[in-house]
Write a protein that binds this ligand. Structure first.
Ligand SMILES: C[S@@+](CC[C@H](N)C(=O)[O-])C[C@H]1O[C@@H](n2cnc3c(N)ncnc32)[C@H](O)[C@@H]1O
Length: 427
């Protein structure tokens, strides 16, 4: 394992920019990047000058002496160690969900293509991110279609979509291995496969009319195009058990607008009879809504009361995400009218899913260890958002308190995400 992460560090690029900043371009994995950034911030006593996706600039010019003592090599070694010890399996959690959904994907492919498969099969993964999961979904789709028709005359055209700022280059670097894997595992009877990137928001058009056969999206559609506009949501950054009805309505309204636009856009792009398998975070039909974002809201509130955070800031911040119920989704699909919902299932995933695979084997871990893991995972996914709103100064304290709240809850109950998985076909 250390070997693997050592390579990861070797692939990172280090340099000194003309502007006098030390530059480190991190490689490959999102979680590795986030942990590294935190680590640098601690070690360099907040000298991190500026950071953007997968690279960071540290101010070296202001105190060169101190900088020289900052032994780069030992830092890299520390990073490699850190990568093996403490990274929450950011991709692993989602990768487990992709595996759980695979049987539904295979079943959907069978129902769509049991009679004939298009000679050039065009499929897109929407919100693919830049980690290994992007190509795993592509592989699963090819696998499912190939198992239905072993014809070597089928060509696969795979489109990977995410926001413009996504690190598509990271995926491109893995393509030679991906193509080789296909050649080795699928053998002589396998046709051609071409992978393309399609940057842009899936809340709008991405492909030509009537051009696509299949869409897949995993753990992405709960992200809204924006937080509900003009929402006064005192004491929270999401909606919770205690939120006023107007808060819930505002979130549902934003989700409905976004999801409707998503459905309309995909309906234009799909050929007649084409289909989609979508998986995203939803919620149960219960009044007891416990989410990490709700707990973060409670912590922020405590910090407001202790004057660590300004009250006005908390009032104006809302997370741009929404977990709908199965009924809300069903109603929206029916109302939009272009799709027939063939299947809608809920799957559960514990908040600390992936903890055992993260080097903890069969250990019976106590609530604190599990809470610590959850805090790291949630921090990795929300830190950029929270830092930009509340400043980096409060983040360590925020997640320390968040971990404590999670530990207390874990003593009493199971903490699980509810995922909605659906298969629908264009009418
Ligand atoms: C949690 S990641 C899931 C990545 C991958 N599908 C997986 O299962 O591992 C969510 C991804 O959705 C992308 N995303 C969010 N909103 C999007 C939008 N409007 N258009 C395209 N991608 C979006 C994010 O950039 C992010 O990469």
């Amino acid at each position: 394992m250390i070997q693997r992460h050592d390579c990861e560090v070797e692939r990172s690029k280090v340099g000194l920019c003309k502007c006098g900043h030390f530059f480190l371009r991190m490689s490959r994995r999102k979680n590795f990047w986030t942990e590294s950034l935190l680590f640098f911030k601690r070690r360099s006593r907040n000298q991190v000058h500026h950071c953007h996706t997968k690279s960071l600039l540290i101010h070296a010019s202001s105190s060169p002496c101190q900088w020289k003592q900052f032994n780069l090599f030992s830092l890299m070694v520390e990073l490699a160690k850190l990568a093996t010890q403490t990274i929450p399996p950011f991709n692993l959690v989602q990768s487990k969900m992709i595996s759980k959904v695979k049987p539904i994907l295979e079943e959907s492919m069978k129902s769509l293509y049991c009679n004939s498969v298009p000679s050039c099969f065009k499929v897109a993964d929407l919100g693919c991110s830049s980690g290994p999961n992007a190509l795993q979904v592509a592989y699963d789709v090819i696998d499912a279609v190939h198992n239905i028709s072993r014809s070597s005359s089928i060509t696969f055209q795979i489109y990977l979509n995410d926001q413009f700022q996504n690190d598509f280059n990271n995926i491109f670097h893995s393509l030679p291995c991906f193509y080789q894997r296909l050649r080795e595992e699928k053998g002589e009877g396998f046709g051609a496969c071409f992978v393309n990137a399609t940057p842009g928001s899936f809340y709008g058009r991405l492909f030509p009319t009537n051009s696509m056969h299949f869409f897949h999206s995993s753990t992405s559609l709960h992200w809204l195009s924006q937080a509900p506009k003009g929402l006064i949501n005192k004491e929270n950054i999401y909606f919770t058990n205690t939120s006023q009805c107007t808060v819930y309505q505002a979130y549902l309204h934003q989700f409905s607008e976004d999801f409707n636009l998503f459905l309309k856009s995909r309906a234009e792009e799909l050929v007649h009879g084409g289909g989609m398998v979508l998986t995203f975070v939803g919620r149960d039909e219960t009044s007891d809504i416990i989410t990490p974002w709700g707990l973060i809201g409670l912590v922020l509130n405590d910090m407001v009361l202790e004057s660590l955070i300004e009250e006005e800031k908390l009032e104006s911040v809302n997370m741009p995400r929404y977990g709908p119920t199965a009924n809300e989704v069903k109603e929206l699909i029916d109302a939009e009218g272009c799709f027939t919902l063939q299947k809608l299932e809920t799957l559960k995933s514990s908040w600390d899913e992936g903890l055992k695979e993260n080097g903890n084997g069969d250990l019976a871990l106590d609530a604190n260890a599990r809470a610590n893991f959850i805090a790291k995972y949630v921090r990795a996914t929300t830190e950029p958002f929270l830092t930009s709103r509340f400043g980096e100064g409060v983040i360590d304290e925020l997640f320390l308190r968040f971990g404590e709240k999670v530990a207390k809850l874990l003593e009493k109950q199971k903490l699980e995400y509810t995922y909605l998985v659906m298969f629908m076909t264009k009418k």
